[in-house]
Ligand binder design. Structure first.
Ligand SMILES: *Cc1c(COP(=O)(O)O)cnc(C)c1O
Length: 377
């Protein structure tokens, strides 16, 4: 079966960059120092927003769809954080589509059944048009995922998943997928490179919705792919040029500005989440708390059902009822309010994106709302 992925993974791998692509500095230092203009007297500390559709002839860029210095600054920083080379896209789904489009006609894709809804819908749409075949798997069942890898060209992982918060054994699955000749993608949106760096586990491509934690302020739509494989990098860059899903200049600038505090935001949101998980688990209005042990996304299931879940999302003052995640502010929603959400997600599940506010304020706001949902015995 044909694939447009550039190389046969069963052959010896001569093209990937070696481990020295990994940054020598700690992520928090990289987040602050990477993607800056070269040091020179009076050079600005920050990369300017370069608004240019074209460039004087004779250089490396030439045209606005081929490159931009502001994109490059963001890509440099994200690439260093993930330990590879990054390319920015107009949205997370633009990055997802560009990678999926590398699957040759009729190729088999193995994917986490609880991947981001838009990703699963994209795959279903491609399958309906005969572009690829898709096998959805439970990523917590490593044996089943490995068995499904036979004849696959691509294994699509998301870990933790959204909003089931399942975690995959990324190194084991990646090794098995490579043995079967399949490429491995990890959507690293939830964990961010502060908590998980899949390229170090030999994953071929990391995908991001930079809309979420990387930008972190709920004001940007942006996506990215990161890889250590030079050949994949140039194929993906070529596809970005041809398919045109290029990022906006201002968006990449804002995302780079957001990246500067990624480590602080993730640490604070994560510690808030861990504390809330401890308290939520004891509240009688909640029958289940899902938390993978890291990150700042928590899913709760309301004992009294979907209506209680809907009520909760309308009764708080600090927690904002909104979709999306990864911003400084705490947001939540009942996921099944979306018709496209799979039936395997409980109807009364509320996904919470814990922000960086004071945890006592977050808890008081939640508890006040939750207390009203407990029916008298
Ligand atoms: C939001 C999201 C996407 C899609 O990104 P957009 O920027 O909204 O296009 C992909 N994957 C995950 C895990 C997401 O949360």
């Amino acid at each position: 079966m044909g694939t447009d992925f550039p190389r046969d993974l069963t052959e010896t791998d001569a093209t990937s960059a070696s481990a020295d692509a990994a940054p020598a500095l700690h992520p928090s230092t990289v987040a602050v120092t990477a993607g800056r203009p070269a040091a020179a007297p009076d050079a600005p500390l920050n990369t300017p927003i370069t608004m240019a559709s074209t460039y004087r002839a004779g250089g490396d860029v030439e045209y606005g769809r081929f490159g931009n210095p502001t994109w490059s600054a963001f890509e440099d920083a994200l690439g260093q954080l993930e330990g590879g080379r990054a390319l920015a896209f107009s949205s997370g789904l633009a990055a997802v589509s560009t990678v999926l489009d590398l699957v040759g006609q009729g190729g088999k894709v193995v994917a986490a059944r609880h991947s981001y809804n838009g990703t699963v819908m994209q795959m279903a749409d491609m399958e309906a048009r005969g572009r690829l075949t898709c096998v959805l798997v439970d990523i917590t069942d490593t044996e089943a995922v490995v068995a499904a890898c036979e004849d696959a060209v691509l294994v699509w992982l998301e870990s933790p998943t959204n909003p089931a918060l399942e975690v995959a054994d990324i190194p084991a699955i990646t090794a098995a997928a490579h043995e079967a000749g399949a490429y491995v993608v990890v959507d690293n949106t939830f964990a961010t490179p502060v908590l998980q760096r899949p390229l170090e586990d030999d994953v071929d491509i990391v995908v991001h919705s930079a809309t979420k934690y990387l930008s972190g302020h709920s004001d940007v739509l942006l996506g990215a792919v990161v890889t250590r494989d030079e050949e994949l990098f140039s194929v993906l860059k070529g596809r970005r040029e041809l398919m045109g899903a290029v990022p906006g200049t201002f968006e990449t600038w804002l995302a780079l500005r957001g990246l500067r505090t990624l480590h602080l935001r993730v640490e604070r949101a994560q510690s808030n989440a861990a504390e809330l998980v401890r308290r939520l688990g004891e509240h009688p209005a909640i029958s289940e708390v899902r938390y993978p042990g890291f990150g700042a996304i928590v899913s709760i299931v309301l004992s009294e059902g979907a209506m209680a879940a809907d009520l909760l999302t309308r009764k708080t003052k600090i927690w904002v009822h909104a979709t999306s995640l990864g911003g400084v502010e705490s947001t939540f929603e009942r996921r099944r309010r979306w018709k496209t959400e799979p039936a395997t997600i409980p109807d009364a599940l509320v996904r919470m994106s814990v922000g960086i506010e004071d945890v006592e304020d977050l808890w008081n706001d939640l508890r006040t709302a939750l207390d009203q949902l407990v029916l008298p015995a």
